[in-house]
Design a binder for this molecule. Sequence first.
Ligand code: BGC
Length: 403
Amino acid sequence: MRSAEKGDFLALDLGGTNFRVLHVRVEEEAQKVLKMDSQICAIPQEMMLGTGEQLFDHIATCLGDFLESHNLKGQTLPLGFTFSFPCEQLEIDKSILIRWTKGFNCSGVEGKDVVQLLKEAIHRRGDYHIGSVAMVNDTVGTMMSCGYKDQSCEIGMIIGTGTNACYMEEIKNVKRIEGEDGRMCINTEWGGFGDDGCLDDILTEFDVEVDKTSINPGVHIFEKMISGMYLGEIVRLVLVKMTKDKLLFKGQISEALGTCGLFETKFISEIEEPDSGLENAKKILTELGLDWSLVDASVVRLVCDTISSRSAYLCAAALATLVNRIRNNRKLGHLKTTVGVDGTVYRKHPTSKLQKAVRLLAPQCDITFLVSEDGSGKGAAMVTAVAQRLKKSCSTMCTKASE
Ligand code: BGC
């Protein structure tokens, strides 16, 4: 970090069911990015499916309330905007939403510049101002903030409500950019893998059903096999099928088990817990109104373990592809690298399966996993700080050139 990469920043993090506002201080001397304060705002389901204007007005209101309650309203702070959906990023502050994922489907946003929509919503309120904006994906924010702690971090991975990863690619391999030297961060949007049908052979009837009943059928197929938005529903569909086949619960499906979305993804990690898992399973099955036997509870544990292990193995395969690519790009016999990670599915499930599988699939790579704390928000603030410095040094150079 250089001298201009310091000061106070705001960060907005939109990408899951909640949205967060952060006040972050970048301290160059102490090599630290400090979270001063933060606030979580829920995004009600109707808003996730409403108009874009409603969504951005809600974001602007939450930001306004945060500034008010933290006495920051009079300041014009630069803002890092973590917006975790597939976008075509044209500039640091210009990014066009390609499509919504993860249960969002607000009208009038796809095809538009989301930074502009945010600025317009803030302008509509008219009671506060923000400085320059930098937009990043959560994978990039995570990689950036972990990279601050560990310089060999060159991959950012999220396994949460959705899943995705970014990595450092050689510029010479990036067709859109001229030049031979240096590296560039690529957001892979690996959740969209399989959208061309290449995963069809390994999709189960449960995956097909989950896709069909989702609000974005036909897209983000890989994500639907892996991430938190869908895992619970896959398990529910397996349990329904087994019950219909009279293999569970004496063939009786309760109303809750028969209802889409009522087997929550968090149940899987609770049921998987090594010590209390079986007890948790019994409790959850009772709450779901099921008449279970001990064998039923053990079978449910097995189903949960199978679905979450499959998620871990699929992620491992995708991650191994990235680390192997980085190693090949650099023509190295052995690569030592760090992956910055975030997301509830990663945090809440045993990670040993994923880690072991990556080691098996990328035997010449030595990978350290670094779980980020507030990574995407802090990372966005860091990107904003760098963008600001570049802008300042560019305008100094331009002024000097014209003198
Ligand atoms: C989005 C990605 C995001 C990932 C994790 C996916 O649905 O398309 O942009 O990084 O979720 O939040």
